[in-house]
Design a protein around this ligand. Structure first.
Ligand code: GTP
Ligand code: MG
Length: 202
C-alpha cells in the first residue's frame, strides 16, 4: 500500500464526535510516550500531522486520521501514564472503552511496544481483549534505533515468547525501519485478515 493522502479529521471525546460513515478503522494502542503518534507521522510521511511530545500524555483525545480516503488510523490516548490525576485517568479509560466496545468500524489494532521493556499487565489485557473479540492485530516494537542490532534481536526473541503474536515488527519512526512491513499488515487487516491482494493499492 502506498499512502498518497493523509488528513486529520476529528479529535473526539465521545462517540457523537466520531466521523460518520462506514470506513474501516485501525487503532494504535500502547503505553503513553511509546511513540504512537510518531508512528502515524512516519508511515504517512507527514511530519507533524499527529502531535508528538517528549512528555507523556500528549494525546488526550481519540484522533482520527483519514488515509487515502479509504480508511482511518485512530490514535488512542496512551495508557500507563502515572502522573495524571485519578479523575483524568478514569475519563481517558471511559473514552477508550466507549470506542472499543461500540465501534463497528474497528477492523484491526496495532499494538505498540517499547522493546526495552517487557509487556506488562495492561498489554496482556489488550491482547486478551483482541483475541477474545477476534480483532486482527499487529505488534510493533518501536524505537528500534535506540538499540543495537544484537540487542534488538534478543529483545524480539524475548518479547515473542511473552505475547500472542508470532511476528512482531521491528520499527523506527526515526529511520523508517519496518514501515513497509507494517503497511502490508495494515492492508491485510483492512482486507479481512487474509494475505490476499497485499500488493494492491487502496
Ligand atoms: N529515537 C526514537 N524516538 C522516538 C521514536 N518514536 C517516538 N519517539 C519519541 O518518543 C517520544 C514520544 O513520542 P509520541 O509519538 O508523542 O508518543 P505517544 O505514544 O503518541 O505518546 P502519548 O500521546 O503521550 O500517548 C517523542 O519524544 C518522540 O520523538 C522512534 O522510533 N525513535
Ligand atoms: Mg500521542
Amino acid at each position: 500500500m502506498r499512502i498518497t493522502k493523509a488528513e486529520f479529521i476529528a479529535a473526539a471525546y465521545k462517540p457523537a464526535q466520531y466521523p460518520a460513515g462506514a470506513l474501516p478503522e485501525v487503532i494504535l494502542v500502547g503505553r503513553s510516550n511509546v511513540g504512537k503518534s510518531s508512528l502515524i507521522n512516519a508511515i504517512v510521511g507527514v511530519k507533524g500531522l499527529a502531535k508528538t511530545s517528549s512528555v507523556p500524555g500528549k494525546t488526550q483525545t481519540i484522533n482520527f486520521y483519514r488515509i487515502n480516503d479509504g480508511f482511518y488510523l485512530v490514535d488512542l490516548p496512551g495508557f500507563g501514564y502515572a502522573n495524571v490525576p485519578k479523575r483524568v485517568k478514569k475519563s481517558w479509560e471511559a473514552m477508550v472503552a466507549a470506542y472499543v466496545n461500540e465501534r463497528a468500524n474497528l477492523r484491526g489494532a496495532v499494538v505498540i511496544l517499547d522493546p526495552r521493556r517487557d509487556p506488562g499487565d495492561v498489554e496482556e489485557g489488550v491482547y486478551r481483549w483482541l483475541l477474545g473479540e477476534c480483532i486482527p492485530r499487529a505488534t510493533v516494537l518501536t524505537k528500534s534505533d535506540k538499540l543495537s542490532r544484537n540487542e534488538m534481536h534478543s529483545r524480539l526473541a524475548a518479547i515473542k515468547k511473552a505475547i500472542p503474536d508470532p511476528g512482531p515488527i521491528a520499527f523506527s519512526s526515526v529511520t523508517g525501519e519496518g514501515k513497509i512491513a507494517l503497511l502490508r499488515r495494515i492492508q491485510e487487516m483492512l482486507e479481512g485478515g487474509g494475505g490476499a491482494g497485499i500488493n494492491s493499492d487502496i
